[in-house]
Design a protein around this ligand. Structure first.
Ligand SMILES: Cc1cc2nc3c(=O)[nH]c(=O)nc-3n(C[C@H](O)[C@H](O)[C@H](O)COP(=O)(O)O)c2cc1C
Length: 371
């Protein structure tokens, strides 16, 4: 982390707070109101076929979806992925998400917390998560790029803000590239991650935001000592898409052009997951375009320890806490149904379930999948 005193004087700070607030609001309203999902790329999970078991030797109510991850027990291998904070609207969203994480014992990440460092009033939009979920596994969040300018003290404040069980560092070079005020400068971030891992006493997770993690990056992250990797591959929410629409609004034609070109850039989630699982031993979270319990089951069979979903939870949270609860319950029931159909009594058995790869995923796997 930076060794310096940290933030600027108060007038600069309040201007910065206003800019961040409006950016965070756009980061919520664009994915909610406009279509920023992948266009011509998918997760490739449709190319994974779990093998049906006609004689599962199980009753459906024996199927146990519970699991452990980073030393914590969960009712199902499901995390509400890192999304929001830093604007008043986010307080309501985080409250609803956290209430459901608590009620169902799922994990939850908050959005990038730099805004919470800048202002007490914005801190509430994150800390509401811990208030609403005293026992749930909560994940703090900061951008890799931000590690260059914040101090270790700031990191501690971020962790304390939600009394976090783990901290996620997001790597988002594509988003930084298209974002009108982005900072596509990643030099030196690896050593900042190494420093972070050595300095905090909770597990560090490194995640993408929708472009996937390759095996080389995974190996370097494992060497850095991170405890888990969230692959967040392509096929779901496109951050090039979100930032392209923001660039249109702020009349930044070159950024908009880049966003259009790179809308579907990235490694499909299933590919990234297979590649990372075969390269490292750290825990893996699958994310990026997962939408139902069958996607979750497939990812666990491919080697994920947990699965995270962002956009579908946001859509529900914008409606009501009940909508989040209904969706999360449906995910768990769908997962249970698929576990029954492959004859997996528990998550450990699901990890060993047989699957076939098909189409482009199989083609890729035959050439590169063995690592
Ligand atoms: C509205 C929204 C805000 C997000 N903000 C963050 C963030 O602050 N930090 C982060 O690590 N990821 C963030 N993400 C990325 C998600 O955690 C996730 O990796 C990505 O959206 C892919 O999952 P999905 O296809 O289920 O949305 C955000 C996603 C959404 C939809």
């Amino acid at each position: 982390m930076a060794g310096g005193a940290g933030m600027s004087d108060s007038s600069d700070k309040s201007a910065e707070v206003e800019v961040i607030k409006s950016r965070k609001l756009e980061g919520l309203t664009i994915p909610l109101k406009q279509d920023v999902q992948a266009r011509n790329i998918s997760t490739y999970l449709e190319h994974v076929m779990l093998v049906h078991n006609a004689l599962p030797e199980l009753d459906i109510d024996e199927v146990d979806t519970s699991t452990t991850f980073l030393g914590h027990g969960f009712s199902a291998p499901i995390i509400i992925d890192s999304m929001t904070g830093g604007t008043d609207e986010a307080t309501v969203i985080n409250e609803r998400l956290a209430q459901v994480a608590e009620e169902l014992n799922l994990g939850m990440g908050v959005g990038s917390q730099r805004a919470g460092l800048l202002s007490d009033s914005l801190r509430e939009s994150y800390s509401i998560a811990r208030k609403s979920a005293p026992n749930a596994f909560l994940i703090a969040n900061i951008g890799g790029v931000q590690l260059r300018s914040i101090t270790l003290d700031d990191v501690r404040r971020i962790i304390e803000m939600i009394d976090a069980d783990a901290i996620a560092v997001h790597l988002n070079p594509l988003q930084e590239l298209i974002q009108p005020e982005g900072e596509p400068r990643f030099k030196g971030i690896y050593s900042k991650i190494v420093e972070l891992v050595r300095s905090v006493d909770i597990p560090v997770i490194v995640k993408e935001v929708g472009s996937g993690i390759s095996r080389d990056v995974a190996v370097r992250l494992e060497l850095a000592g991170v405890k888990a990797i969230n692959v967040a591959g392509s096929g779901g929410t496109s951050w090039a898409g979100v930032e392209k629409l923001r660039a249109d609004n702020s009349k930044a034609p070159m950024k908009s052009r880049l966003g259009e070109l790179l809308w579907d850039w990235g490694i499909p989630t299933a590919m990234s997951l297979l590649e990372v699982r075969r390269s490292v031993r750290v825990s893996i979270v699958a994310s990026g375009g997962l939408r139902n319990g069958m996607d979750v089951a497939k990812c666990i069979a491919l080697g994920a320890d947990m699965c995270a979903l962002a956009w579908p939870f946001l859509k529900c949270a914008a409606e009501s806490k009940e909508a989040v609860l209904d969706y999360a319950r449906a995910l768990i029931e769908e997962l249970r149904a698929v576990m029954f159909l492959v004859g997996a009594r528990d998550v450990r058995a699901l990890k060993r379930a047989r699957y076939h790869l098909q189409g482009p995923l199989l083609e890729w796997f035959r050439t590169y999948g063995g690592v």
